[in-house]
Each structure stands twice: as structure tokens, then as C-alpha cells.
Design a protein around this ligand. Structure first.
Ligand code: HEC
Length: 137
């Protein structure tokens, strides 16, 4: 191997190492989440806009949520619950048997479940819960 080729090879290796480090920095740790005005943590890659659309089409039939303008009382008032992202993801995956009604498991999957969970974490707020016996937890 000629010295010039060797230098090239070494240069390429250094570049690879640097970009691997940069990529690792993007993927892991606290870099991939952000904090909402509610003080909740949501994934950086979640789309709150998509989450809102999905909430209106999939969840609003059963849940009250001020931000979405829904007033259904089959499930709990989600402004009152103020669920974290992982709480909503787990509830969507496993479903939930309440005392009066059932939330079916697997209503949404993958990124869709993450998006709706991020939306809830961002907008659900106990300050929006109005005195209403039907909504009381
Ligand atoms: C068919 C009605 C129905 C639909 C549709 C529905 N839910 Fe529920 N949900 C429920 C019921 C019932 C419970 C449990 C109530 C109880 O514990 O008594 C519940 C509970 C929850 C909880 C509370 C979990 C906890 O820790 O207390 C969250 C969060 C939730 N649902 C989010 C969602 C989201 C997000 C969607 C849309 C993807 C959705 N739900 C769709 C009926 C529904």
C-alpha cells in the first residue's frame, strides 16, 4: 500500500469515528426528548399534530379532553388523569377494564400510539377540569 493510500484510509477511519460519535449523540440520552409547558417529557420525534388528529378520531368518543373539545364520559376525564407518555402507551397497548366500561387493547400502534401519548402529555391539564359529577374520578 502506498503512503498516500494509507493516509486516505486513516482519514476515512477518523471521519467514520467522528460521524459515529455524532450519530450516537443524536440518538441517545436526554437529547431525544423535550419538556412540555406542563412539565411532562415527550419524545423529540413525536408529532403532537398527528396525535391530536388521532385523539379526535380514536379516543374522543370515550374521553373528555378540553383541548380536543371532547366531553364523553365512558372513560375517565383525561385532563384529570394527566397521563405521562408511558402511561398512555401502556394503556393503549394493554387496554383497561374499568368498573363501568372497557377500553379495548391495541387501538393504536407504534408511532401513532407515541404521537397520541405525546399530545395528551402536552395538553392534558387538571386546571381544565370543571366541577361535574359525571367527570369526577
Ligand atoms: C371504548 C371507550 C374508550 C376508548 C375508545 C378509549 N378509551 Fe381510554 N379508557 C376507557 C376506559 C373505560 C378506561 C378505564 C376507566 C377505569 O379505570 O375505570 C380508560 C382509561 C384510559 C386512561 C387512563 C389510564 C390510567 O392510568 O388511569 C388513559 C390514559 C386512556 N384511557 C387513554 C386513551 C387514549 C389515548 C385513547 C385513544 C387511543 C383511548 N383512551 C380510547 C375507555 C376508552
Amino acid at each position: 500500500m502506498r503512503p498516500r493510500d494509507l493516509a486516505c484510509l486513516l482519514g476515512a477511519l477518523v471521519l467514520l469515528a467522528v460521524s459515529a460519535t455524532l450519530l450516537a449523540g443524536c440518538g441517545g440520552g436526554s437529547n431525544n426528548s423535550k419538556t412540555t409547558t406542563n412539565g411532562q417529557t415527550i419524545p423529540q420525534n413525536a408529532s403532537v399534530t398527528t396525535g391530536e388528529r388521532l385523539f379526535r378520531s380514536t379516543c374522543a368518543t370515550c374521553h373528555t379532553l378540553h383541548a380536543a373539545g371532547s366531553t364523553a364520559t365512558i372513560g375517565p376525564n383525561l385532563d384529570y388523569v394527566q397521563p405521562t407518555v408511558s402511561q398512555t402507551q401502556q394503556t393503549i397497548a394493554a387496554g383497561m377494564h374499568g368498573s363501568r366500561a372497557i377500553m379495548p387493547a391495541g387501538l393504536l400502534r407504534g408511532q401513532n400510539a407515541t404521537d397520541v401519548a405525546a399530545y395528551l402529555a402536552q395538553v392534558a391539564n387538571r386546571a381544565n377540569v370543571r366541577p361535574n359529577p359525571k367527570e369526577s374520578p
